[in-house]
Design a protein around this ligand. Structure first.
Ligand SMILES: *Cc1c(COP(=O)(O)O)cnc(C)c1O
Length: 343
């Protein structure tokens, strides 16, 4: 049995999702005429109480477009150093937007109003202008930690007070909302823009949606085009995203609960030094002596794929294609087969 815990991006479309995709009504979305894309954009905008949405091929593109619309060259973006926009988007903030970045050292990826206020630069010719704050919910490299609505609203107030734009990288936002029960309308009300990924735990093969005001999305459409993200009969993939929204949100709780349970096993294993707090579907733990690369190779011998996340840190991500049978097998490997190989 192959078990893949490398990321929740590995999920494959189910037979029902593929059926929905095959049956999708389509049109040319560069002309704004794909009914399925329009429906997806409207559905998510309505859900978050935002004026408009824009379907894009990836979450990197939705984040990069948001940064581009919110800033001008020589501005600066403020975020935690673990953020996807800093770590995993090929320095796109510099390439696409000609801006600088001011990195904060938060708590498992979470920053505070105090951190933001301290980071704001005074206005001098020789300094970039602090313009935008990006937060991630849940945090990816931060280990699946999350902000509650109240925390997000407090940061929103700070941003408003200091004339900073406020963008949410909500790649895994629904993994958070199934924990907190916070309202999507209230989340939408806190931000200038939101990026949602449908291709992570929600299980669609491709696609992210950017949300904001009508004016913001009108600008965003132009940048999507110049980045090469204007797609034609994109309703085929948007249909998978709509299917995901309709069927796969509440089951994310299962993924979160499984990650938490695996965390409790790991805490009691002789070769594990510690497990980061498990809040959603991402689990990061630290090994006592083994190197993460050796540990990951050992898992691979047992047909389990995971990622080394530092010298002695390993990351597991649970998702809809990681089943109960796989849970049982994973427990067996971790508790019975690995200890003798690691001492
Ligand atoms: C996956 C992810 C994205 C977007 O990634 P793509 O692979 O470009 O879709 C953005 N932010 C976070 C936090 C992510 O985990």
């Amino acid at each position: 049995m192959d078990i893949n815990l490398i990321s929740d991006t590995v999920t494959k479309p189910s037979a029902e999702m593929r059926q929905a995709m095959a049956n999708a009504a389509v049109g040319d979305d560069v002309f704004g005429e794909d009914p399925t894309v329009n429906k997806l954009q409207e559905r998510l905008a309505e859900m978050f109480g935002m004026e408009a949405g824009l379907f894009c091929p990836s979450g990197t593109m939705t984040n990069q477009i948001a940064i581009k619309v919110h800033t001008s060259p020589l501005d600066e973006l403020i975020c935690d150093y673990t953020s996807h926009v800093y770590q995993y988007e090929t320095a796109g903030y510099a390439f696409n937007s000609n801006i600088g970045i001011n990195l904060l050292h938060g708590d498992y990826g979470k920053i505070t109003s105090e951190d933001i206020v301290k980071a704001i630069k005074p206005r001098y010719d020789w300094l970039p202008i602090s313009k935008l704050v990006v937060v991630e919910n849940s945090t990816n490299k931060g280990g699946g930690n999350y902000y509650t609505l109240a925390e997000l609203q407090a940061l929103s107030e700070t941003c408003k007070k200091h004339q900073l734009k406020y963008h949410l990288d909500g790649a895994r936002l629904f993994n958070v909302l199934v924990e907190t029960g916070d309202s999507t309308q209230a989340i939408g009300g806190a931000f200038d823009s939101i990026s949602i990924c449908l291709s992570k735990g929600l299980g669609a093969p491709v696609g992210s949606v950017l949300l904001g005001t009508q004016e913001f999305i009108t600008q965003a459409r132009r940048f999507r085009k110049v980045m090469g993200g204007g797609m034609r009969q994109a309703g085929i993939i948007a249909a998978g995203c709509l299917y995901a929204l309709e069927h796969n949100i509440s089951r994310l709780k299962v993924d979160n609960d499984r990650a938490k349970e695996i965390g409790t096993w790991l805490e009691n294993l002789p070769y594990v030094a510690g497990v980061n707090p498990v809040k959603t579907n991402i689990l990061i733990f630290t090994l006592k002596e083994a190197l993460a690369s050796d540990f990951v190779a050992l898992l691979a011998e047992h047909k389990i794929v995971a990622s080394a996340f530092g010298e002695r840190q390993v990351r597991f991500v649970t998702h809809m294609d990681f089943t109960e049978t796989m849970m049982v097998r994973l427990k067996e490997v971790l508790e019975q087969e690995l200890p003798s190989r690691l001492t």
